[in-house]
Design a protein around this ligand. Structure first.
Ligand code: HEM
Length: 387
């Protein structure tokens, strides 16, 4: 088994691949020693990515794996009238476990690799569990939105990510199949991430379609994640977090017509390196007070990193895990996770009043979800909130 010794859960991986051995799909698991070299030998197979544990205190697909997988599919659906959330979520959770273990026939024999499924519930459902719980409030409206009613909000988020581009649609289909007519799909969005750029101590981030490294600043240490990312309480939501998804289409031709220096002024960072315009390396904090000899800010007053800076906003940190999109138009599926929705709303409100990036964006879908606490065999998904 190539790379099997590096897998945290070799047993699970072996279980998952058992079915594939039977149908001859194990080429990806061959070692070099097993493979005949020389002309006519098969091309080297892509090594299978490390499996990600689906169960635990938190759901997978938020902080793990790091870096995030290349491919994502987010499906947003409503519950049909009279459908009980508790049994449905418990069933979906069990399906997530069988998908991650590779034992679900609906995977069509595909190895699950680093597949993650992250499930969230929308404000309407959260309110049925408790009107004052985190996640109970609808997102307010912001500028530059062109969101049809169908693509605003929703009861349920199923975020599926994997290195193998085939897995997100196949796994999402299995979950939707499990739900049957209890779920009505509202909107879906697939997204992709390019090559990662090293940022700091084993951490990396991809570029977006504008060429800039995206996902540098955020709660990246365990301590910062406890403080800014994970919900500590009340008990039914402990271990969960709040997600915001916004499909932001980008005016690529207009941005591409700017000089590189103008593009860098929009963000406040160098395009090639990700370094802040105030100096230092990619992981250095932008120095918002730094000025040129003639008194101009090195990071312009309307630069995105200044407008969105947590200290300048007076908000907490958000973990951004966005994916670039090409359909229905080029842009970014912005995804942020935070334990206080004001971190998102206060940031976007401040950006709305003056952010050089926003005129290049149009938001065409958006929703907020309570990402349910982690689950497992003994603690069904959603069981702390719904019966
Ligand atoms: C298409 C839309 C967007 C693009 C292309 C984009 C891109 C970027 C880039 C390249 C950076 C600098 C590197 C980094 O720290 O990751 C950044 C920083 C940031 N963005 Fe965005 N962003 C977008 C929308 C948003 C939205 C809607 C929000 C939240 C309301 C947001 C919040 C932030 C925050 C908090 C930072 C870190 C600022 C700092 O402290 O330096 N971004 N974004």
């Amino acid at each position: 088994m190539r790379g099997a010794d590096h897998h945290p859960s070799r047993r699970r991986f072996l279980d998952a691949t058992g079915a594939m051995v039977a149908i001859g799909l194990t080429a990806g698991c061959e070692s070099h020693a097993d493979r005949p070299d020389g002309p006519g030998a098969a091309a080297p197979a892509t090594p299978s990515p490390r499996p990600v544990a689906p169960a635990g205190r938190h759901q997978a697909g938020v902080t793990v794996p790091q870096p995030a997988q290349r491919n994502l599919l987010a499906v947003v659906a409503d519950l049909g009238p009279g459908v009980a959330a508790g049994p449905l979520l418990a069933e979906l959770g069990r399906t997530v476990l069988t998908l991650a273990a590779g034992t679900d026939a609906r995977l069509m024999g595909l190895p699950p690799g680093d597949l993650t499924v992250t499930v969230g519930v929308g404000p309407r459902l959260v309110r049925t569990a408790g009107p004052s719980l985190p996640g109970a409030a609808d997102l307010p409206r912001f500028s530059r939105e062109r969101i049809p009613p169908q693509a605003r909000g929703g009861d349920l988020l199923i975020q599926v990510c994997a290195t193998d581009a085939l897995l997100p649609p196949v796994a999402a289909n299995a979950l939707l199949d499990q739900a049957g007519d209890r779920l009505r799909e509202r909107w879906r969005q697939s997204g992709h991430r390019g090559a990662d750029v090293p940022v700091d101590k084993g951490r990396s981030a991809p570029r977006n379609l504008l060429g800039f490294v995206d996902g540098i600043v955020g709660p990246h240490t365990a301590e910062a994640q406890e403080r800014h990312l994970w919900l500590a309480g009340p008990a039914p939501v402990a271990g969960g977090t709040l997600a915001v998804l916004r499909r932001m289409e980008l005016d690529l031709p207009r941005f591409a017509a700017l000089t590189v220096a103008e593009q860098e002024a929009v963000f406040g960072r160098r395009r090639a390196t990700g370094n802040p315009l105030s100096g230092g390396a990619i992981a250095s904090d932008p120095q918002l007070g730094a000025k040129t000899a003639d008194g101009r800010y090195l990071i312009p007053a309307d630069a995105h990193v200044r407008r969105a800076n947590a200290n300048a906003v007076g908000a907490g940190l958000m973990l951004r895990r966005s994916y670039s999109i090409d359909e229905p138009a080029p842009g970014l599926l912005f995804i942020s996770f935070q334990n206080d929705i004001r971190t998102f709303t206060d940031t976007l409100t401040r950006m709305d009043s003056s952010d050089a990036l926003l005129p290049y964006t149009t938001t065409t879908a958006g929703a907020a979800f309570l990402i349910l606490p982690g689950f497992g065999e003994a603690k069904p998904l959603g069981s702390t909130l719904f019966r």
